[in-house]
Every structure is written in structure tokens, then in C-alpha cells.
Write a protein that binds this ligand. Structure first.
Ligand code: AMP
Ligand code: MG
Length: 350
């Protein structure tokens, strides 16, 4: 398949009128799949009312079909077209955080493809906060299911180049609107119970959510490994780079000892650290993501950094720093733990 490739300047006026946006929207109307930027990561969009389009999304990504997709809409009120009820807390969250990196799980009304919802009685919906995404959604006038635009199992794409590397020739189009701002996926929340429950930590922090709806729970499976996740997708080892990742919590000299150990085993070692530590470790491939005093910058750089190790080719193991699990640090650590398949070495526990 010949993949159309467009570059769109997100700053221009009247994006909907731009031929690139119109062409991308037309492909969606023709049940083709198109990658476009959102504020979190690049999404791979397909018409959420079309089984054919959704088949194409799953096929291009190689994603297991029991992992439901998030439906993206162009304005808040469109949610009522696809769900049976919006309760008070869900409404408060929509009003406070849409457009934005918050996905809400609702009981659906049966109007979307059952392939989007993996036959569940619920559907996950959000309104993205990115001018290019909103222009495409508005112009297509469709609900658009859009998982991250990567091959399943690879880190999510935060640039159009990442999408190109994974999906060129497999999808109808890629809209390049520059690097994404947040860098990790949306937070997924279920408001159907008495207390809302975060099913996946993401771009909107628990702290911000609690300021609007009061205390929320976090899916126990995110804390206790043996619990079955309430969000089907969380059981998969997402975000895995090719090299094996180990998280290390401790002093620099402890970090260095882990490096030395791996090198003694003859392994190519990469380290994933913040910019402050760029020159701290020798004989290793260092990739940095953001600065420690700005966790948002770490989130923004995380997936690109993991991909750099894959591209480098000579790294067998990645030794990565850990981050405080507050604010966006919860999403960062959730993704790093998954990338590391929970391998974490703690200094005083050795
Ligand atoms: P992705 O499309 O890769 O950003 O992943 C979407 C996430 O939302 C996955 O973890 C899904 O399991 C989750 N999700 C989608 N729909 C639902 C739903 N109806 N109930 C619970 N979680 C959902
Ligand atoms: Mg994904």
C-alpha cells in the first residue's frame, strides 16, 4: 500500500479548510486508516462505526482484538450519540478536562462497531486537545477509534517519524503535525461505581482528577501484580523496546555497579537517565529523557528514548532510573515497569 504523507503546520488558521486535512478526513470516510497527532501520542484512526475500518486498525498494528480501542470525538456533546448514560461524575470530568488527556469509560448504546469495544457493554471515549486531531475529527464528522499508531508491543509514537518507521506501507496515510506534547497516553477512568477508578495512569494526573471529583481509586492490578486488570489492554506487555530493561533505584555508585555487572556478562549496556546524569556513566550508550526537576519533560521524551536504543542496535540491556510516583510520575513508572516486565533492583534490598 502506498502511504500518503502530509505535513501540517498546527499553528495555521482554519485547519479544517486545508487540503491535507480534507484528504486525511476523506480517507477516514472511505474506511481507511490514517495516523495523526494528538496531544498525548500519535493515534491510528479508523471510523468507529465501521467493522472494516476497525479490522484495518487492528491488522496494521498487529494488536490483539480483545483489547478495545478509545473513540475520539470532536466535541463534548457528541458523547451522547454513543453512550446510554453520562453520570454526574463523568459529566464533571468531561467539563473540566475535555479536550484533554482523559479517557472516560461509559456504558455504550450499541451504535459503534462491536470490534471497537471488544464486545464489552462499555466504550472508552475522549476528546483530544490537538488542533490537527480536532480538525480531522471535525472534517470527517465521524467517531474515530484511534489507538497509538505503533506496531503492537513497540513504544508508542511521539513523532511522525516513529509512525513512519512502524507503519509505512501498511496504512493509507500519515499526518505529520510535529512532536506530541504530553508523550504518554491518556489516563483511562471508569466512573460507573460509587468511587471513580483509574484503569490506566496517563497524561492527566490523579491529583488533578481528585480536585474535581474527590477521591478516586486506582485499579488494584496496577499495584498488585496478581490482580486481573479491569482495563483489558493493561494485561499486555506494552511499550517494550527490543533490549531488556531493568529499573534501578539507588545511588549513582549502585547504578554503576549494575552497569559493571552487565558488562562483565559481555552485554551491550544502555542507560536511560535524565539530562543531569548525561556524562555520569562510562562505556555505555547513554540516552536521556528530560530533566529530573520537570517530570513532564521525562514523559515527553520517554518513548522516543526507548526507540533510540532499538535503533542503536548494540544495546542488549537498558538500565533505567526510577521516578517519584507522584503526578505524571505515576504514568512514567507504569510505562517503565511494563517495559521492564517489572524487573526492578533496589539498593537497600540487594
Ligand atoms: P490504547 O488504544 O493503546 O491507548 O489503549 C486503550 C486502553 O483503553 C487499553 O488499555 C484498553 O484496554 C482501555 N479500554 C478501552 N476500552 C475500554 C473499556 N470499554 N473498558 C475498559 N478499558 C478500556
Ligand atoms: Mg498503545
Amino acid at each position: 500500500m502506498n502511504t500518503h504523507y502530509w505535513v501540517v503546520d498546527e499553528g495555521v488558521d482554519n485547519l479544517c479548510e486545508h487540503p491535507q486535512i480534507k484528504a486525511a478526513a476523506q480517507l477516514l470516510k472511505d474506511q481507511q486508516v490514517v495516523a495523526f497527532p494528538t496531544e498525548t501520542v500519535y493515534g491510528l484512526g479508523g471510523n468507529a462505526q465501521s467493522d472494516d475500518a476497525i479490522d484495518r486498525v487492528f491488522q496494521a498494528k498487529g494488536r490483539p482484538s480483545d483489547n478495545p480501542l478509545i473513540v475520539h470525538i470532536a466535541s463534548r456533546d457528541l458523547v451522547y450519540d454513543y453512550v446510554s448514560t453520562v453520570n454526574k461524575k463523568a459529566k464533571q470530568l468531561m467539563d473540566a478536562f475535555w479536550p484533554g488527556p482523559l479517557t472516560i469509560v461509559f456504558p455504550h448504546n450499541g451504535t459503534l462497531s462491536t470490534k471497537v469495544t471488544a464486545e464489552l457493554p462499555t466504550v472508552a471515549i475522549r476528546m483530544p486537545d490537538h488542533p490537527v486531531a480536532l480538525a480531522i475529527l471535525t472534517e470527517a464528522a465521524l467517531p474515530v477509534a484511534a489507538p497509538s499508531a505503533n506496531t503492537s508491543g513497540r513504544p508508542s509514537p511521539t513523532t511522525a517519524d516513529h509512525v513512519f518507521g512502524d507503519l509505512d506501507g501498511k496504512i493509507a496515510g500519515i499526518v505529520n503535525g510535529g512532536p506530541t506534547g504530553v508523550g504518554v497516553e491518556s489516563t483511562v477512568i471508569d466512573c460507573s461505581g460509587e468511587v471513580p477508578m483509574i484503569l490506566r495512569p496517563g497524561g492527566l494526573t490523579k491529583e488533578k482528577i481528585e480536585r474535581v471529583v474527590g477521591p478516586v481509586d486506582v485499579d488494584p492490578s496496577l499495584i498488585e501484580e496478581q490482580e486481573a486488570p479491569r482495563s483489558p489492554g493493561m494485561k499486555y506487555t506494552h511499550y517494550a523496546p527490543i533490549a531488556k530493561v531493568t529499573l534501578v533505584e539507588g545511588t549513582d555508585s549502585f547504578f554503576q555497579r549494575q552497569i559493571d555487572k552487565a558488562k562483565q556478562e559481555g552485554l551491550g549496556v544502555g542507560v536511560l537517565v535524565t539530562e543531569e546524569k548525561a556524562g555520569s556513566f562510562e562505556g555505555v550508550t547513554t540516552v536521556t529523557c528530560g530533566t529530573r526537576d520537570n517530570l513532564a519533560s521525562v514523559a515527553r521524551g520517554l518513548y522516543g528514548a526507548l526507540r533510540q536504543f532499538d535503533d542503536h542496535g548494540e544495546v542488549d540491556v537498558i538500565i533505567a532510573q526510577v521516578y517519584p510516583e507522584t503526578d505524571i510520575g505515576q504514568a512514567i513508572m507504569n510505562r517503565l515497569r511494563k517495559a521492564a516486565a517489572n524487573r526492578i533492583v533496589v539498593e537497600n534490598e540487594e
